[in-house]
Design a protein around this ligand. Structure first.
Ligand code: AP5
Ligand code: ZN
Length: 217
């Protein structure tokens, strides 16, 4: 399956994407994770992206579209993928459509995670990330590690993302409403959107998503 995951910052995209990708046997491609990997490796792309990310702004399309296309080519789009955090505006959605058309492929579904704004703020404020593996995501209240500050799975150190400060989160939410939400209508016109509530326990949401993807496409 070829799936796009969309939802506000902190909706649980990364958490669900790791579980859904494993369940469906497809690669999880996150542009946010790709940027963070570039930042920690100190690449030129990472340094450029960091300037935008720390302000809560989108990284320019010229950088993002090429990086996402390279990653997808590497995964072989014909075998399926789960895109998390891309596309994030109409121009990126058009670029993805073009890339898929050239390969004579299409999307199967756009999974839209719905979460009220207060909950998103709570989730982001308490989020802790594993420094060794981006799919190991914790929360100080909702998903606590057994030992404070240490990843249960790999022993990696947990840290708080630089763009998770209250001020930057507010900016990210504003950018989401202005730039990213319009892609939901863009995909609705293509009859691809499946909306689910992302409130509740993590496994329950995964089940809801799988049911919706099976029934909704
Ligand atoms: P990105 O990394 O994509 O961040 P985001 O979209 O803001 O989403 P988040 O990672 O904040 O949240 P999430 O929905 O994945 O939630 P999570 O699962 O972690 O982008 C970061 C930046 O990179 C952007 O601002 C931009 O600058 C740049 N960028 C990336 N892609 C780009 C693009 N295409 N174009 C341009 N720029 C781009 O969960 C959040 C917390 O909630 C965790 O603590 C988790 O444990 C907890 N949680 C999850 N599910 C539940 C649940 N069911 N109940 C309780 N708690 C839960
Ligand atoms: Zn870990």
């Amino acid at each position: 399956m070829r799936i796009v995951l969309v939802g506000p910052p902190g909706a649980g995209k990364g958490t669900q994407a790791a579980l859904l990708a494993e369940n469906l046997g497809i690669p999880h491609i996150s542009t946010g994770d790709l940027f963070r990997a570039n930042i920690s490796q100190g690449t030129a792309l990472g340094l450029e992206a960091q300037r935008y990310m720390r302000e809560g702004n989108l990284v320019p399309d010229e950088i993002t579209v090429g990086m996402a296309a390279d990653r997808m080519a590497h995964a072989d789009a014909a075998d399926g993928f789960l895109l998390d955090g891309f596309p994030r505006n109409i121009a990126q959605a058009r670029a993805l459509d073009k890339q898929l058309e050239e390969a004579e492929l299409g999307l199967d579904a756009v999974l839209d995670l719905e979460v009220p704004e207060e909950e998103v703020v709570r989730r982001i404020a308490g989020r802790r990330m594993c420094s060794s593996d981006t799919s190991h995501i914790y929360h100080v209240e909702y998903s606590r590690p057994k030992v404070d500050g240490i990843c249960d799975v790999c022993g990696g150190e947990l840290y708080q993302r630089e763009d998770d400060s209250e001020e930057t989160v507010r900016k990210r939410l504003e950018v989401y409403h202005q730039e990213t939400e319009p892609i939901i209508d863009y995909y609705r016109d293509q009859n691809l959107v499946v909306t689910i509530s992302a409130l509740g326990a993590v496994p329950e949401i995964t089940r809801r998503a799988l049911d919706a993807l099976r029934g909704g496409t």
